[in-house]
Design a binder for this molecule. Sequence first.
Ligand SMILES: [Zn+2]
Length: 476
Amino acid sequence: MNRCAALCLVLLLTLSSGAFAWRLIRIPSLTDSDFSSIASMGYDIANSSRSEGFVDVMVEDRFVEETMLRFPHAKVLPAEWAQPMNDQSRNEFGYYYGPNENNAFWANLAAGSDLVDTPVAFAQSYQNRDIYHVRITNAGSDAPVIFFNALTHGREPGGNSALIDFAQWLTSEYGSDTMATFILDNAQVYFVPMVNIDAYYYNLPSGAPNHRKNLNFTSGTGIDLNRNWGYMWGYDNIGSSPDPYSETYRGTAAFSEVETQGLSDLMVELMPLGGFNFHTYGGYLIYPWGYNNQPTPDQATFQSWGAQMAGPVGYDWGRCYEVLGYSSNGDACDWEYGDQGMFFFTPEVDDNGFWGSQNDTTLIVTNNLECRSMSKLLCMNLLGSVGIEAQEYAGVGEGVEPSVDISANPVGSVLSFTVQGFGAPIVSVLDLSGRVVARVSDSGSWAVPSGMSNGIYYLVARENGASASRAFTVLR
Ligand SMILES: [Zn+2]
């Protein structure tokens, strides 16, 4: 048995026996073949960055030394990045909400607001827990659906945190923030906070095994629910594994698991325009295809939305291989787009390991705000894609003759526009929160300041109570 095979066997035995102390190790990897050789050694790859040139692997404590000998330039990452520290003096997972706090949060949100429906169980997990969704809207049941989900992997609380933050923001800011109002007046926003609810509970007790996959242990250590979807399932053994002990084990068949069955059935029923499948970690916004590195027919849309959402918050965006250096097959995003034509993205949120923000509210809030910014833009883009434009609601110009128009969108360095129906209007550029970021002459041309972030803005003209507005996107 060669050294690699021996290590693989050790890792497999470790996983199957349920080891309790874990560390993340960051291995410099400068070429694409470094990525694939690390993967082929059987390591559990937690995160990787092609642009920055590293791979993070999760190893049991007692294999840290061996791994460091193998990769002398590697770095052991802080202990709290790898696992919950079981400090339950605040919440169940440090400052992160655990499963019981999640349940309470959604029940309370529904009880406290007419905008929020009571949680509805749409499926049962392997261990017969309710997997539930919550709808937030002020629109009718015919309104377009936008869909957010998290915790497909049980050790990724950062995505759950982002989802809770966005739901809270929509609910509390409705009626005062123009965009929250617009979104809820025009869309039904669905949240599935805990797809892999069993694993989130499983990770709760002190010394728990920090589990990623579901809890169907029939033939191994569970099924990776993000390799079990029915589009290009099992396309190759690189993007998913046939080995029941691998962290990317795809299961015995597409949709073999009750969790993916339930979630995909719900999506087919609701037909969302798109959404986010929240995962942790690294700071990436990923879009299809995942199973290979080819562009989809909608590459231009994915690319421009990706740039607009991810750029301002410092995330990398692109296809799985472009960003992470490896492919993945049978993932949710490929099915959502490839099978259903839905515009879903997979954000890999938070930059401090799986649990690294658990003891630091500042880090959690930073992550939440980055994700909130992307979630807002996603909603605006999705509604815009079906012709529901912000200008209709902006509260300034519905149905009035005076108008503002943009010559070309998105906008690079110069915004060209026309203003009609006014005498001598005041023309302003507003950001998404309604803050005036610039006064503009009504000459029809405005040089976008070089320091202005990419993103959505409004051009607004006002005069004597009449006004008109138009959304535009700065993209450079
Ligand atoms: Zn994940």
